[in-house]
Design a protein around this ligand. Structure first.
Ligand code: ADP
Ligand code: RBF
Ligand code: MG
Length: 427
């Protein structure tokens, strides 16, 4: 595809919230410290934290104290308190979904890369201690302490470009998760791709001048920028449920009416496994959409679910039969195909994250899973969460996702996933 951006040869990466998943930890720790200094509502603190996200620690602390009107403590004291708490917890931080894949891809193709992080060098070392040296594979690193002005000023990106030997900023594309960072990248003259870590306010990224906004690194298409394509997506022929139920009796129909045009999915490497007891959701899956989704409680599986960007996935589900002592009543354990949504359901503007698989089997009278243990082996990514102009279009799209899942799960590369020992229960 010809694009106006086909001149890009260098990629400049923000760290926090773009490559590593620090934002929730920082919000949690800093919010707790802020709450000790005044009587604020949680949403006011959250908004303030989002406004300063992407700034250097000192700049951000000062700015958030200004916004909240905190004057009974110095910036340094506040910063000392939060840094000590954070230093003890950096080890918990994982990479963002798709970050490792992107870094490997750019490295394999010899694309020149730089890190442009607001984090000062001394913090960076501690933050990256539990990561296996990928920073060393970047062409250049620029840290917050090396520049006069932090983001949203352009200085850090200008420094990264200088270290890359870049003469024309238009040969650089910046990946950023914050409006503050996008503003800085644009001020430095680069192209900017926003991968928002503030999920309910895409407008501020547009206002900051983002050239493109994508839901996660899984959705990055390097060819739009003249960079080498990813080659790991695989083509899938969707299989509709109507078709699959007639396959046994009329196999000659396969590939005719019921098959749809090729779709592609991204295999997950490694596979993500998560599970727990089925809980009650918003009660609208079956009622409003005609699509039941067995919700899992996100809190106990936060770490695993953070390995997945918000979006639509497919894989295999193991559902435990109940433990009824009545032999006749007792339900069997089953392993069935599933398609699932993880995220905030933009159509319904959910305020909390959900993990909800639709098990692709008609359970009839046995379809009460509440309290039963459900385990998921998530094998591939289909698409980002989307908004729709009508409920009908959302439902149509989810059915298409199911067709893609069915198609993928009949392929050699995904079919074997149903034998994953994780999906079997000890009796
Ligand atoms: P909730 O909002 O409580 O999750 P839903 O309307 O989404 O309710 O329905 C989900 C419930 O429907 C599941 O928890 C399960 O008990 C039941 N169910 C029946 N068949 C299925 C299926 N094929 N996939 C998922 N859930 C199913
Ligand atoms: N909700 C959205 O708002 N946007 C989506 O793109 C979307 N895709 C979904 C795809 C699948 C396969 C499933 C099972 C659900 C999806 N949903 C999506 C979530 C849907 O809104 C949710 O299941 C209902 O709100 C019931 O909780
Ligand atoms: Mg549900």
């Amino acid at each position: 595809m010809a694009t106006p951006f086909a001149t890009v040869t260098h990629v400049i990466l923000d760290l926090d919230g773009t490559l590593i998943n620090t934002e929730q930890l920082v919000d949690e720790v800093v919010s707790a410290v802020l709450h000790k200094r005044g009587d604020f509502t949680p949403s006011r603190v959250r908004k303030a934290m989002e406004q300063v996200r992407g700034m250097r620690p000192g700049d951000g602390t000062r700015a958030v104290m200004d916004i909240l009107g905190i004057r009974n403590v110095s910036v340094d004291e506040m910063l000392g308190e939060t840094s000590a708490l954070l230093d003890a917890r950096w080890g918990e931080v994982c990479m963002m979904p798709g970050a490792r894949r992107l870094l490997d891809h750019l490295h394999a193709h010899g694309v020149k890369t730089a890190l442009a992080t607001s984090t000062p060098a001394a913090f960076l070392k501690k933050k990256m201690a539990s990561h296996d040296g990928w920073v060393d594979r970047l062409t250049a690193v620029a840290t917050g302490d090396e520049v006069e002005n932090g983001k949203p000023a352009p200085d850090i990106f200008a420094l990264a470009m200088k270290r890359l030997g870049v003469l024309d900023p238009k040969t650089c594309v910046v990946l950023e998760d914050t409006p503050v960072g996008v503003t800085a990248a644009k001020a430095a003259g680069a192209f900017a791709i926003a991968i928002p870590s503030i999920h309910d306010d895409f407008q501020s990224y547009k206002n900051a001048g983002a050239d493109e906004t994508i839901a996660s690194l899984y959705d990055l298409d390097p060819t739009k920028w003249g960079l080498p394509p990813f080659t790991d997506r695989v083509d899938v022929t969707p299989v509709s449920s109507a078709l699959s139920s007639t396959v046994d009796t009329a196999p000659e129909q396969t590939g005719v009416s019921g098959t749809q045009k090729l779709e592609s999915v991204l295999p997950l490497d490694p596979v993500v496994r998560l599970g727990g007891p089925v809980v009650r959701g918003f009660g609208r899956g079956s009622k409003t959409l005609g699509i039941p989704t067995a919700n899992l409680d996100v809190a106990p599986i936060k770490k695993e679910s953070d390995l997945l960007a918000p979006g639509i996935y497919f894989g295999w589900a193991g559902l435990r039969g109940d433990l009824s002592s009545d032999e006749l009543e007792r339900k069997e354990d089953v392993v069935v195909p599933m398609v699932m949504s993880i995220g905030w359901n933009p159509f319904f503007e959910n305020q909390r994250k959900t993990v909800e698989p639709w098990l692709l089997k008609d359970f009839g009278d046995d379809g009460d899973f509440y309290g039963r243990e459900l385990r998921l082996a998530v094998l591939g990514y289909v698409r980002p969460e989307a908004n729709f102009v009508s409920l009908e279009l959302l439902v149509e799209r989810i059915h298409k996702d199911a067709d893609v899942a069915r198609g993928a799960l009949t392929m050699d590369s995904f079919e074997g996933g149903k034998n994953d020992p994780y999906l079997r229960f000890e009796s």
